[in-house]
Design a protein around this ligand. Structure first.
Ligand code: ADP
Ligand code: ZN
Length: 811
């Protein structure tokens, strides 16, 4: 009886390919291994997803070689990636690729080899020359094409390839190269003292930028390139000058984010308080019984959800199993990680997208080999190769970063975690202070069990939240701050307490506007307005990365009266420096944290009390725990509402609740100020009253009659093309195809997307809402039929149009 294998390739094609297994490989072949298979005109690498004995109706080709001795994907992860590929309508191969770290996935190159059965005695001299070259020099297909281009040997090579005297083999890009960076060190004979002496003998002078650079860097050497402050003094010019003057030199060192080997003080596990204990007992029971159970841990900020996670994990680890802790990307700070490290130490592998490929591969291997039993990371850590999985924790369950939007697979980590836990009889804990409507709806339907923590630990109480109507404070502003907020800040600074200020969403903050005609420069790459960045004096498009120097004249009317409108975090920072000249201010946004390690440094500085005020974007709202913070201010509360989505209110509400939770976490009471021009917005009042249930009730009442999630599942079809008329027509045909396949379901659109033009492509969208009870098989079959009808209807036209399908699209 012959054995067959189905093989997935890392391409967008939603289809597996069947091969037979030659006898000599029968004993060693297993699902989850990578293999070489003849595909088109070369030997491709794919992953075996299934072994079986059903002979297909066509003539199969043989598997040529096995690449991995042991499977790199367990049966469990094969099943999970298969489920994702159906439910989220992605290709299985792409999904597998997303689940594996770089270096193990099947990124590959095409190499040439001389075929085993080539009879050299039959060949011409020129042919032999080509073969000899290939045997002696490892050559990729692309290199060969270049090597003989324009020479007589080009034809000879093509013919040999065509006659299969030369074969093409894919080889995995297994090498995860060491990423390096410069580390600046003292040049021979130079040191800190020499630099100081030199600087004293010489006036440190503004003209000579490099001398000020030397003064600044002298204490820090050796210093890595990534640690050099993003300061106007340090340009590549000044660094080169320092080098030319013989002060410093550099060596290449391996880049290291350091996230995977944090230094931590071991800590003993805390005794749970009464509420926490009650919640934990339930979880503990389910863990003991090894029964799939999904818990929604609804606990206000500071109620000690993390302590409950730690206790649950401890039980899991002690029973010889492993666990996954998912956190929003942004919250994956050493502050969070170290709380787990203190208890579990080396049992933990961190999987962080900012780690180097090597660091991530190492973490993956440690987990896969069972050397470590806990993975902590963002969304993709849901694929961590944990042996014997007992528990998955989703902290801040409501966070939007759990959904992958691009590229495929467009999976949601929450749903994926639930499916993975089901497959393992494991337990899920979804934790949040502001659970998503989806999670609350699951609880209402009995699909998860609600556990509540309603008090902050010990004496800490929730902060008082005050809504400041900016319309009433017109004459009473200090810069961007209404007087009550300003006074509270003054008061806090006097008492040596700390302040966090949230300035909402850069990008909407600062832009250029013509005072004469009102024109706002837009990005030529997308239809969004350009953001002005003061420090770099640039206009930037954050969707596409386009940037240019600030305009001197209006593009539209030629006027030179251009004014910077709105103020970003940098402006606020400057205002603060004027208002509170004696305080230390620190800024925390994507600009200030783009360098590796900057994130951590800022938080440490603030945590150690070396700064009094932290001003930042959404980043400051998530998961930070600084007991000395007593005042939190939201400078511009309304911005979030301008976002075109049915979820805008929920987003704003969540942001306000999260940021409020940063205040009064220690033994001093906190206060929160929300500055707004819409003081009557109910979402603000619910946030003020810490009334998540009230908010959720109102939000559900709004969504139910409109059949929005959580009452339905949204599927978004996104059509893209460089040609607007083609994408428009294709979208109308697709809508008909959807209605043909599913006649009784609401379909919205087609309509131009919110950002209609991006990266030189026009984008249209269609939305459909389906019943949330429908499973992966139903969704896959339905979407397959829709796409088949669509393909038939367009009859090969509109080849420029790409259709992406996004299941569980949030907006
Ligand atoms: P959450 O994750 O719900 O926001 P945390 O777990 O961060 O809350 O708890 C808030 C603070 O209270 C933390 O500093 C934590 O160490 C402390 N805490 C919570 N529970 C306990 C406990 N049982 N014993 C001692 N300290 C606790
Ligand atoms: Zn103008």
């Amino acid at each position: 009886m012959s054995i067959f294998v189905d093989v997935a390739l890392p391409a967008a094609v939603r289809k597996q390919f069947t091969y037979h297994v030659p006898q000599e490989l029968e004993n060693s072949i297993q699902a989850g291994q990578r293999v070489w298979i003849p595909f088109r005109n070369y030997n491709a690498i794919g992953v075996i997803v299934r072994l079986h004995q059903q002979k297909p109706s066509f003539k199969t080709k043989p598997v040529r070689k096995i690449l991995d001795e042991k499977p790199i994907l367990s049966k469990e992860l094969l099943d999970l990636t298969e489920w994702i590929s159906k439910f989220y309508f992605a290709s299985w191969g792409e999904t597998i690729q997303a689940a594996l770290p770089a270096g193990l996935n099947f990124v590959s190159r095409k190499y040439l080899t001389v075929s085993d059965d080539t009879d050299v005695s039959q060949l011409s001299e020129e042919q032999l020359e080509v073969l000899k070259d290939l045997q002696e020099n490892k050559t990729t297909l692309d290199e060969a094409k270049k090597r003989w281009k324009g020479t007589g040997l080009n034809k000879v090579f093509s013919k040999l390839l065509k006659d299969k005297k030369i074969e093409i083999w894919e080889e995995p890009d297994l090498k995860v190269t060491v990423a390096t960076e410069r580390e600046w060190i003292w040049a021979d004979g130079k040191d800190e003292n020499a630099a100081k002496a030199f600087l004293e003998s010489k006036e440190v002078n503004e003209e000579l930028k490099w001398t000020s650079a030397l003064a600044l860097i002298a204490d820090e050497i050796p210093i890595r390139q990534s640690e050099i402050p993003d300061d106007s003094v340090f340009t590549s010019y000044t660094l080169k000058k320092l080098q030319d003057e013989g002060w410093i030199t550099f060596r290449e060192v391996e880049k290291n984010t350091g996230i995977d080997h944090l230094e931590f003080e071991p800590d003993s596990i805390k005794t749970l308080n009464e509420d926490q204990e009650k919640a934990f007992e339930k979880i503990s029971d389910a863990l003991t019984k090894e029964e799939f159970t999904n818990y929604l841990l609804f606990g206000i900020t500071g109620s000690g959800k993390t302590e409950v996670y730690i206790h649950a994990l401890k039980q899991v680890v002690e029973s010889g199993k492993g666990g996954i802790v998912l956190v929003p990307e942004i919250a994956l700070t050493p502050q969070t990680v170290s709380r787990f490290f203190r208890i579990f130490g080396d049992e933990i592998a961190v999987l962080h997208s900012r780690m180097t490929n090597r660091e991530r591969l190492r973490a993956w291997k440690d987990l896969n080999a069972g050397k470590k039993s806990i993975a902590i990371g963002p969304r993709s850590a849901v694929f961590a190769p944990i042996q014997n999985l007992g528990l998955i924790i989703l902290d801040e369950e409501h966070d939007s970063s759990y959904k992958q939007i691009d590229p495929a697979p467009r999976y949601h980590a929450r749903e994926t975690a639930i499916v993975r836990a089901t497959m393992n009889d494991a337990v899920v804990i979804m934790g949040s202070a502001t659970p998503s409507m989806q999670a609350l709806n699951m609880a209402a339907k009995g699909k998860c069990e609600l556990l509540e923590l309603t008090k902050r630990h010990a004496e800490a109480v929730l902060p008082e939240v005050k809504i400041l109507d900016l319309k009433q404070y017109k004459g009473a502003m200090r810069g961007e701050f209404a007087v009550p907020l300003f006074m509270a800040m003054e008061e806090a600074l006097k008492k040596n307490e700390q302040i966090i200020l949230l300035y909402n969403r850069r990008g909407y903050a600062s832009y250029l506007q013509c005072e004469d005609c009102g024109h706002i420069p837009e990005s030529p790459e997308s239809s969004v307005s350009l953001t002005y960045h003061k420090r770099k004096n640039l206009l930037m498009d954050h969707y596409t990365g386009y940037s240019r120097r600030k305009d001197l004249k209006c593009e539209s009317c030629g006027s030179a009266n251009l004014k910077v409108q709105g103020s970003g975090t940098q402006n606020i920072e400057e205002q603060l420096e004027e208002l509170f000249p004696d305080s230390n201010i620190i800024r925390f946004d994507r600009d200030s944290t783009s360098r590796k390690g900057a994130h951590e440094k800022i938080l440490n500085t603030f945590g150690e009390g070396k700064a009094d005020i932290m001003i930042g974007t959404q980043l400051v709202a998530k998961g930070l725990d600084f007991p000395n913070v007593t005042v939190v201010g939201v400078v511009n509360t309304d911005t979030e509402l301008a976002f075109p989505s049915f979820q805008a209110t929920e987003r704003m509400y969540q942001l306000l609740s999260q940021v409020s939770g940063r205040s009064g976490r220690g033994d001093k009471p906190g206060v929160v100020f929300l500055q707004t021009r819409q003081p009557d917005n109910p979402a603000l009042k619910f946030a003020r009253d810490h009334d998540h249930r009230g908010f959720a009730r109102q939000e559900m009442e709004f969504r139910k009659p409109l059949y929005y999630p959580p009452y339905s599942r949204l599927i978004r079809f996104e059509l893209k093309s460089t040609k607007d008329h083609e994408v428009n027509m294709a979208a109308h045909i697709l809508k008909k195809s959807i209605e043909y396949v599913i006649s009784d379901i609401p379909v919205l659109g087609p309509s131009p997307a919110a950002i209609h033009w991006m990266n030189k492509k026009f984008i249209w969208e269609i939305m459909m809402k389906i019943d949330t009870e429908k499973g992966a098989n139903y969704i896959e079959r339905m979407l397959e039929r829709i796409m088949a009808v669509y393909e038939a209807d367009i009859k090969g036209k509109f080849s420029s149009v790409r259709v992406n399908v996004n299941v569980d699209a949030i907006h």
